[in-house]
Each structure stands twice: as C-alpha cells, then as structure tokens.
Ligand binder design. Sequence first.
Ligand code: 5AD
Ligand code: SF4
Length: 421
Amino acid sequence: MRKAFIKTFGCQMNEADSELIASHFAQAGIETAESERDADVFVLNTCTVRQHAEDKALSLIGRLKRWKEEKKGRKIFVVGCAVERIGEKNMTKKFPFLDAVIGAKSIGKLGEEIKKTCGKTEKSEKKEHKNIVFEKRPFSQYLTIMRGCSMNCAYCVVPSVRGKAEHRPLEEIIEEARRKVASGARELVLLGQTVNSYCWTENGRKTDFTDLLKILSEIDKLKRIRFMSPHPLFFNDEFFKEFEKNKKIASHIHLPAQSGSDRILKIMKRGYTRKRYLDTLAKIKKTRQDSAVSTDFIVGFPDETKKDFEETLKLAQEGEFSLAFCFKYSARHCKESENIIPEKEKEERLNLLLETVKQASKRIFNSRIGKIEDVLLETENYGRSSANFKVRIDKHVAPGEMIKVGIEGVSKNILLGKVLK
Ligand code: 5AD
Ligand code: SF4
C-alpha cells in the first residue's frame, strides 16, 4: 500500500488540519508513513505567520527535489498558509517539480487533487473519513470549532491567508466530540484563531463559547477541555461563572498579550489596554486558584520605543506566566512603517525578554511544589496537569487515567510528583 508522510509547520490549527489531510489520503487508500523514507507521497503543510516559518518551508521544498528523484512515482503536495500568501501559481512556477499546490483557502479541493495526482488505489473509497481515527495523541485530541479570523491585528497575516472567521455548526462539533471521546479521547483541545468568540445561531437559538463548554462537558467520559487560542477581548462574566464551577475546563489559559505598552497595543489594533489585559489575567487567577496563564509577546514592532519595550518587560514580570512565547516582529504586509526597528535591536530586546520570562516561569514552577495537581496521563509515568504543566510520576499507571499527584520537585520544565490516588 502507498503511504504519505505529512510534515507540519506552525500552529495547532495546522496540526489539526494535517489530521484532516491524513484522513483524506486514508480515504483514497493511502495511509500515513512514519518517515519520509517509507513514503510515496510527501505532504508539506506550511506556515507563514513569520518569515522564518515560510523560509523553512521553502528551503525544505528545495531539498525535496532529490527525495522525489530517489524513487519512481513519488509525489509532492505543498499546502497551507505559505502557499496562500505566495500564491499557488507563483509556487508552481518557482518549484515546477511539485505535483499539487494548494493554498489554505482552497484546502477543500484536496480530495480531488489526491485522486488526480495519485490515481485509483487498491483500497475501497467507501470508508467514510469520519470513521477514521488518528491515534497519534489518543487521549488528548484536537477539535477545530472555527476557522479563520475576523480581527485585524496590524502584524498578523492570518486573516488574509485563512480568511474571515467561520464557525462550525454546533451539531457537527458535538458529533465530532462524541466520536473522539468514543475513540479514547479523555481531553479535547478546542481550536480556533479566536476560539472564545465562538457563536452559532440556529432556529433563533444562540450558542456561545461558554454554552459550548457546558454542552461538551456533559459527555460522560470526557475529563478535560482545553482551548487555543482565546482573544482577551472575548472573555465575559458568563465564562468566568462557568470557569469557576466547571472543573472539566482546564485551569490553564493562553492569553496572548503581544505587548505591555498601551501605545503599541493601540497601533497593533488589539482592542484592549494593558489595564484591561491585567484585569482579565487577575480574574482568571482569582476564579481558579490553581490556574496558570501563558502568553505570547512580540518585540520590535515598528515604532516600539525603549520605553514601550520596558512596559512589555514589566508585564512579563508582573504577569507571572507559566510560559511565554516571545517573537521578534516579522513584517508580513507590504506597507511598512518608516520606523522599523533594526534587527540587532530586536535581537537584544528579545534576549532581555526571554531572560525575564525564564526567571518568572521558574518562580511559577517552584510555586507548584507542595500543591496537588490533577494529571491526565499520556504515558504510564508522564502526563499533564489541568494547569498544563508536564508532570512525571513515581510509579506506573495506565495511560488515559486522571490521577491526583502531590508535587515534590521540579526538573527543568517538568514537575515531579507522587501519585496520591
Ligand atoms: N511577527 C512576529 N510574531 C507574530 N505573531 C503573529 N504574527 C506575527 C508577526 N508578524 C505571533 C503572535 C501570535 C503568535 C501565534 O505569533 O504573538 O500570538
Ligand atoms: Fe491574528 Fe490572532 Fe489577531 Fe486574528 S486575533 S488577527 S489570528 S493575532
């Protein structure tokens, strides 16, 4: 049987999309390969959120020419966000040896392209793709609830490559959730670019993000729900009420700050001030004492002064983030401000921020010692706590179990603990 190797760059949305891509290939009788060596088809799912991600994809494509020549009949598919930004035609022109080139907005034509490029295969096509389960992360599975983004953050290419926000029908989400739980998932990770803006109206009945959390929590064997990535603007009192009482909602929230300076937040068009961000952060921590918050920061956005940057540094300290992803600003649009921050300055700011974030995160990790964490085991002796800390335990327990662990130490970025029950 022919096999496809799927390489994914970028975010969790892309990883979830790659699972869908795998199901399309499976439907055509082409199963997933563990490595490119065993594969007849190479699928590259690209990212373009920063120039670096795009460059990585382009350089890999350059090298794939040899991979294709090594065995007769090999095919290369390149799909996703970088293709959308660069343009399908431009990509085909630049890399004429590619067999299929599909941008993020046209991923719907993948099935047809597979048929066209890979032809008929021995396996029947009757198998419904929704019945195919991908066991890569059996206990924690992704569930995409919306696609695209209708915000307009000045630095971000997502709305232009993935299009405006489209929310999936409620019934479809519930059905997929049930199916994933029946296939072994004990945790679902709801995905969307502004996941907490979810809203679905049918027959005059409105279901918002909090309603969706309530509905999904009723699935019996489901033990935990995470979501990625919320936008700070879409949290409301209803959410916090549910967050307080519904312990199936994980006590970790990724709350992207991007900057600590009101001036920069305004130019970035984030829609909140530093104060409003801090208020939301405080509410999360107050509502669930065991909670942890992670964030994203961008340094060196055009016009960012040293003073603006210091505000970001201060937020990184005050915010007590368990984890913060820090990025140098990468220009994604043609129109650029005159006040571009030199690369060297960006680098220096990034290093300062990384050091601050590391120290703060160390404090947060150490503060968990002596606490009890609910851990969902991914292997026999390793899992993740509700607050999304990696935890290693002192004995072997069946993967998929939710256990109470007393934390006794920290090793790098892993909590070490003793099984309590
Ligand atoms: N440059 C640098 N970082 C960016 N991000 C998004 N766009 C850019 C950009 N142009 C970061 C943001 C976002 C994360 C997924 O990537 O911090 O939250
Ligand atoms: Fe990009 Fe997120 Fe802003 Fe949407 S909300 S434009 S995905 S950073």
